[in-house]
Ligand binder design. Sequence first.
Ligand SMILES: Nc1ncnc2c1ncn2[C@@H]1O[C@H](COP(=O)(O)OP(=O)(O)OP(=O)(O)O)[C@@H](O)[C@H]1O
Ligand SMILES: [Mg+2]
Length: 439
Amino acid sequence: MKENSVTDIYSLALHIPPFAPTDSVNDVATQLMQTEYEAVLSVPIVQDGIPVGVITRFQLNNIFMKNFGRELFGRKPVAEFMAKSFLAVDVRTSVAEAANYISAKIRSPLSEDFVITEQGQYLGLGSVLALLGAMERQVAKNASELSSAYRELKSSQAQLVQSEKMASLGQMVAGVAHEINTPLGYVKNNVEIVQEFVVQLRQMHTSHKELVDVILSPDSNDIAIAEKLAELDDLQNMIEPDILFEDMSAIFNDTNYGLEQINELVLGLKNFSRLDQAMTDSVSINECIHSSLLIAKTNLKNRIDVIKQLGDIPKIACAPSQINQVLLNLFTNASQAIEGEGKILVKTWADEHNVYISVQDTGKGMPPEVVAKIFDPFFTTKPVGEGTGLGLSISFQIIEQHGGRIRVASEVGRGTRFGISLPRQRQAVKTTQAVLAEA
Ligand SMILES: Nc1ncnc2c1ncn2[C@@H]1O[C@H](COP(=O)(O)OP(=O)(O)OP(=O)(O)O)[C@@H](O)[C@H]1O
Ligand SMILES: [Mg+2]
């Protein structure tokens, strides 16, 4: 930000012709009365272009108020009455610097101006009130720049949150698609098997019908009937309908299970990806855990044993899609920290003020210097492409905005535990600004 200098602000508008030290007090007073610069409180005294002092209106008044002041003192040179240690400011000085200097040196704020110089030469006179005005304008400008910078920061932060969410959703959608593929595969397979069974059953049905036709036919005979019976018997021996019906019932059970799994995944995805950020009353945190775990399943499957100890906790007001985002990041982080097999323990409980969530893993843990940075935006220890380092910083903000807290404890080689508390009573969602101000 460019700082205004004293020249930018005054443009030497207050330039007034100076007096010489030898001019009489009466001359100075007379001319000062005629000057158009009413705001000027001091009169500069200059010798060979260089300021040597100032005399204030206050001093002039003082002289003339004395008994016979005009006669006794009026003819004396002004140099006898002037302040020699006047305030001088170079034109290139910034307004802020000038203000600092003047406020440190000023003796009588309402009766003192300052001399503006350039390399020691007289240029004009500045009034303290004008300087205050300039300072005020500068502060207002700074404040408006700050607030527009804050607005920009906030909107880019919102974009980051959104893009992180979209990225994690993208990953999850790929995972869930894979997850749906397995039950879909065997459901399809089962349908093909049932189709074959239907062909065999149709053969038996045809054979039955033919047998009945032969029996009912007016020219039926024992030989024809026996032939058809033998045919049917062969078919039954080959198809083994009892076993076929048993198989079919198992296949239907299996298919139903697969369809349920697909249904559950689709539901989970729907619950999870609700893009609305709105606060909702009566959200079950246990349900958020179920739906986030369902989505994180691809990463956890077969490798990680998830133990849930979910307490009987009250529903709370929160933005479920945001809480899901936090939980998913915790589960993803935990699974990425576990090399090979391990465990994730998820617990919930409540007291009269808060609902608590704990996510503990048996992963590789973190040294204190990593723990100190994990909530910083863009801090990641993961290779490029695997982690953006935004997960926990966004989680931190989401929890703070809900009026809650997120904490971590970790030990290298043993694992990590994240603890979250969320208030039971609805809280006004705090703005990031309020959170920062509190901090
Ligand atoms: N459960 C955990 N165990 C060990 N280290 C962890 C755990 N959770 C987080 N970390 C560390 O904290 C860092 C920051 O986590 P964060 O979730 O903010 O970003 P990320 O997982 O690296 O990337 P992103 O979440 O954006 O994909 C991780 O890179 C990792 O080093
Ligand atoms: Mg993460």
